[in-house]
Ligand binder design. Structure first.
Ligand code: ZN
Length: 320
């Protein structure tokens, strides 16, 4: 058996989790520390001097007298759920190798399905906000792909109905031998189509100017060449479409895992929520070596993410 340092790394065990975040008080303190690492700071006037109105867990600024809670202005705003349940949800969503469905989350944290769905989607939104600015550099393999749609029957491949188009790119190290290359970061994003204009916009937001980007010969990928200094379209014998080429080993392996992972958790994903599912996979993938601190990372990102009311959660997010 091949020893994989990633698979054998220590995560945060459930026992450690309970020791650190087993009570409401511990969770509140962890949240406070994540939000105000240097101590309380009034969101209005920046004053540090404050008093705690204990009964309602409100912090009152001594200068402007504004009252604020540790959850106000964060993704946890207006939550009626005990923090313990939020923390357990964050732990479960970050420690497992595969994602967790809302149904499983409902059972694990003991809430209604609707609540579990909202918790999961708010946390996925945190991951999306955190990852949307990610830029890949150096050697990058990029490819187009579709999510879902296989169940609808009919034609496969580019342009088949019922499939959500997406663009995936993987930054790898640059060894000559493809099997020695290591994957560094992943970026995967739902897009409205594969037109040149769309690809140009995606490339601007995803690729460093100095990167070397390998794609297959799909014509609209030429737009990447307008954004990065070195675009290498691989036009191969037997047609322009040959993503089995070793140059695309990693982007294809990871796309396979991503589809299996997301569709294994959810049989069917509505296109408007797809960006969040992709972001969840991407966020976890890009932190796969950090299992011990991954919960802290999510917590820190969560307090930096503005509230996401239900209304916004269900709105379409096409083209992000
Ligand atoms: Zn103040």
């Amino acid at each position: 058996m091949v020893y994989s340092p990633m698979q054998f790394q220590h995560g945060l065990s459930l026992v450690q989790f309970i020791e650190r975040y087993g009570t409401e008080d511990q969770c509140a303190r962890a949240l406070f520390k994540a939000r105000w690492p240097k101590g309380f700071e009034c969101p209005d006037c920046g004053c540090r001097s404050h008093c705690l109105l204990d009964a309602r867990r409100l912090y009152q600024c001594n200068t402007c007298h504004r009252q604020t809670s540790v959850t106000a202005g964060t993704i946890f705003q207006h939550t009626h759920l005990p923090l313990q349940k939020w923390f357990l949800a964050m732990h479960l969503l970050t420690q497992g190798k595969h994602g967790l469905s809302a149904l499983e989350l409902k059972r694990q944290i003991g809430v209604s399905y609707e609540t579990a769905w909202k918790v999961k989607h708010k946390l996925m939104q945190v991951m999306l906000e955190r990852e949307k600015g990610r830029i890949l550099s150096e050697r990058v393999e990029a490819d187009d792909a579709y999510m879902g749609g296989e169940h609808h029957g009919g034609k496969r491949g580019r342009g088949a109905p019922g499939k959500a188009p997406m663009l995936a790119a993987v930054q790898t190290s640059s060894e000559e031998d493809p099997s020695e290359r290591k994957v560094v970061y992943l970026k995967v994003q739902a897009v409205p189509n594969f037109k040149g204009r769309t690809i140009r916009r995606w490339a601007k937001r995803s690729l460093a100017k100095t990167s070397t980007v390998l794609t297959d010969g799909m014509r609209s990928f030429n737009a990447i060449g307008e954004v990065v200094e070195d675009h290498q379209p691989m036009v191969m014998e037997g047609g322009w479409r040959n993503s089995r080429h070793p140059a695309f080993k990693w982007v294809n392996t990871i796309l396979g895992n991503l589809k299996g992972n997301i569709l294994g958790v959810c049989r069917w994903i509505s296109a408007k929520h797809l960006p969040r599912y992709l972001a969840e996979f991407q966020w976890r993938f890009n932190r796969r070596f950090d299992l011990e601190v991954i919960l802290n990372r999510l917590l820190r990102a969560a307090v930096l993410t503005p509230p996401m009311p239900q209304r916004l959660l269900v709105l379409a997010e096409k083209g992000r």
